[in-house]
Design a protein around this ligand. Structure first.
Ligand SMILES: NC(=O)c1ccc[n+]([C@@H]2O[C@H](COP(=O)([O-])OP(=O)(O)OC[C@H]3O[C@@H](n4cnc5c(N)ncnc54)[C@H](OP(=O)(O)O)[C@@H]3O)[C@@H](O)[C@H]2O)c1
Length: 325
């Protein structure tokens, strides 16, 4: 079968199509004949900087839709021929993908494989950021960095549906601002001025919740943009900054909280919690609360094209790889 791997870290060109043996599922695993794989920012971080890479060559890809090919020992409730969508630890850029049964889901009702492939990573992430971790209450305000990207496009809509009093986004271009404003956001700011913009928009009060995938200085300024008793959830480090440390001085004075989330870590540490979260999150798409537009699709053989688009900071919504050429 064909897969996309890299042997060394670097630009998108290090992604190569390779012929490898078709895998068989181990105990507790299934194999999926892939239709589509989602592209995530974490795939770019893996390729460029070795994020979550244990050894080379490495096959990126965290999510896939397709049809179950084979089922390993001990797997219950899934059968060959079933249409599914799955979150995987890595390796979704391939014609056949190995997945832990715990994170394989029957194709959500009414969804086609193309729409579904966009969901397993960013949708549960956004749901947890707004609800389980961020605990947004009706009337509260929220600020979301990367508002036009995969997570951001969903987070804005979920915040709006949760009855947020105001939904603010941060984006890097006017085109992205237009996209965010169509997906739940009331107002959109740029990274250089967002803390002042928040103060202005909230009459000096600050926001109740900040969702931060950037880290570093942006995280620090996000803390400053919080209202009294505000919460910040860190869920990424797009800036590549050193790991952050927050202590008593930043938190005690105004009763602030900082939380963190990684759905990939959750898949390892608490797969049942991730499964329940994902099922709740999928329902927000099947009931029409949320949509996640696929704005570009690439053949598997041009995974580099998808990485160039996202890495150039021009992508919006979700990018997919199609297995069929
Ligand atoms: N913790 C989790 O469980 C989890 C799960 C999924 C994703 N994530 C994180 O969430 C973020 C979005 O992921 P995604 O896959 O949906 O990607 P995406 O948002 O579709 O695309 C990448 C995003 O990163 C922003 N960006 C790129 N380079 C940046 C830089 N140097 N500094 C600041 N922002 C930069 C871009 O926003 P602008 O160009 O508008 O700044 C863009 O929104 C990523 O940081 C990812 O690692 C975390």
């Amino acid at each position: 079968m064909r897969a996309v791997e890299f042997q060394e870290y670097g630009d998108p060109e290090v992604l190569k199509v390779v012929q490898v043996e078709t895998p068989e599922p181990g105990p507790g695993e299934v194999t999926v004949d892939a239709a589509y794989a989602g592209v995530n920012f974490a795939d770019l971080k893996a390729r460029a900087a070795g994020y979550r890479v244990e050894s080379l060559p490495f096959r990126p890809g965290l999510e896939v839709s397709g049809r179950i090919r084979a089922v390993g020992h001990g797997v219950e409730g899934l059968r060959p021929g079933q249409d599914v969508v799955a979150l995987v630890n890595h390796g979704a850029y391939a014609e056949v993908v190995v997945a832990q049964a715990a994170t394989v889901f029957p194709l959500p009702e009414g969804l086609d494989p193309r729409t579904a492939a966009a969901l397993p990573t960013v949708l549960p992430t956004a749901h947890a950021l707004i609800h389980e971790v961020g605990r947004l209450r009706a009337g509260e305000s929220v600020l979301v960095h990367g508002a036009a990207g995969g997570v951001g496009t969903v987070a804005g809509q979920l915040a709006r549906a949760a009855g947020a009093g105001a939904v603010y986004g941060v984006v890097s271009s006017p085109a992205k601002a237009g996209h965010a404003l169509k997906h739940g956001y009331d107002e959109v700011f740029t990274a250089d001025t967002f803390s002042d913009d928040v103060r202005r928009a909230t009459d000096g009060r600050g926001v109740d919740l900040v969702l931060d995938p950037v880290g570093g200085d942006t995280l620090r300024r996000g803390l400053d943009a919080l209202a009294v008793f505000g919460r910040l959830v860190s869920f990424g480090n797009a800036s590549g900054a050193e790991p952050w440390h927050v202590g008593q001085p930043e938190l005690y004075t105004q009763g602030r909280s900082v939380a963190g989330l990684s759905v990939l870590a959750l898949a390892q540490s608490a797969p049942e919690a991730l499964r329940a979260l994902s099922e709740r999150a999928f329902r927000t798409v099947t009931d029409g609360t949320v949509s996640l537009p696929v704005t570009a699709e690439f053949p598997l053989s041009d995974a580099a094209g998808a990485h160039r688009l996202m890495g150039g900071r021009t992508s919006m919504g979700k990018l997919l790889l199609r297995t069929a050429d």
